[in-house]
Write a protein that binds this ligand. Sequence first.
Ligand code: TYD
Ligand code: MG
Length: 455
Amino acid sequence: MAKSSATFVCQSCGSTTTKWSGRCDACGEWNSIVEEVPLAAGPATKTLGASKGRSLPLSDLSGHEAPPPRTMSRLDELDRVLGGGLVPASALLVGGDPGIGKSTLLLQAAAAFANAGLKVIYISGEEASAQVRMRAARLGLRDAPVKLATETNLRDILTTLENEKPDLAIIDSIQTMWADNVSSAPGSVSQVRASAHELTSFAKRRGTSVILVGHVTKDGQIAGPRVVEHMVDTVLYFEGERGHQFRILRAVKNRFGPADEIGVFEMTGSGLAEVANPSALFLSERGDPSPGSSVFAGIEGTRPVLVEFQALVAPTPHSQPRRSVVGWDGGRLAMILAVLEARCGIPFAGLDVYLNVAGGMKVSEPAADLAVAAALLSAREDIALPAETVVFGEISLSGALRPVGQTENRLKEAQKLGFTAAIVPKGGKSVPRDGITATEIDALASFVGDVFGAG
Ligand code: TYD
Ligand code: MG
């Protein structure tokens, strides 16, 4: 007999089914479906509208609302990503790979907000108090007025928060929290969803800001539920390559500020240091101009950032050539290779292609298309691009170059870092600047002709 109370929940995407299967139909993940007892659905006999509720007071849109008072941590990179400081009663999710530095970042943030006058409670469900204190000592934050607890029982945590009424509570991590009214194991979708719901509604009810830490699975989702992303006001991802010391805090959703804003940090022996000039950092490993390298003048959030694209093109020993990308979209690389072949007559068949963004940075702007094409061509032809030149522009399937936004800011940043030339799409709003010459081109084919002598 089928039990009507049980549902099967995919631990990767959170979709529910009525029977178990080896592979989730929604996200395609294998072995991710687990039986869970659903949250109490409440009396389901009548529809809600059938019995009388309370009539809500309605207002109109014209009222004047003062912007919420924000608290600055004075960690500029963090404040910028938050959209100008922490908003009271907001719920945030900070996701990232295990070991990337989330606990370090949040302990530093806790201390910074505490020093700025907020009452801060840091609750660790993963580490013992002694471990957190050791980290605090290493970060030089022993004297910060942060209250610390180690607990995973959500009921006890909520009681503590009700009594203490902090301005900010940090929960590290949401996957270790355990609500005793939900019977599935900690870390399961039901538990994470219930815990996040309790904590975010506590935030709204009591005016406490809550920061939830979430681990990310290997394919880049916050482990278990994407649902948590919908519950919170702000979703930040802490990313970076393990082998590099750079860490990027990126706002992927922000109800109180611009999304796509980034803050750049460097992991040092004594915690995360802010990087005020990321372009210089990302280009710091660049030597003399070599084939396969191009410099992209990008925009991350509100800030221009220069990054280096590196490409390697080599004859393949296999029947199926390799296409390998780090820091850029694989589908977009395939598109650019196809445009180069179809519109410029430059084939990449029989060649392995590797593309990398230096410094562990991830680029998602289509404006980087031209920089990618430049790196690929330079690698294929074994000709270095002219030194001190930056490149940007979006490539359309027709092979035409499309203008991109913020030409002015891109050129300004390039000039600041000592670049003297730029290759840009025609039609962008660029005002001539002293010290940097912008060459405007309208099609990828003419770029190939200009820079590589007809390819
Ligand atoms: P942690 O904050 O524990 O990561 P997470 O909470 O995301 O799992 O950081 C772990 C790594 O950071 C660890 O490998 C050591 C390194 N680290 C430093 O390099 N310097 C430091 O000052 C600290 C505290 C950590
Ligand atoms: Mg941690």
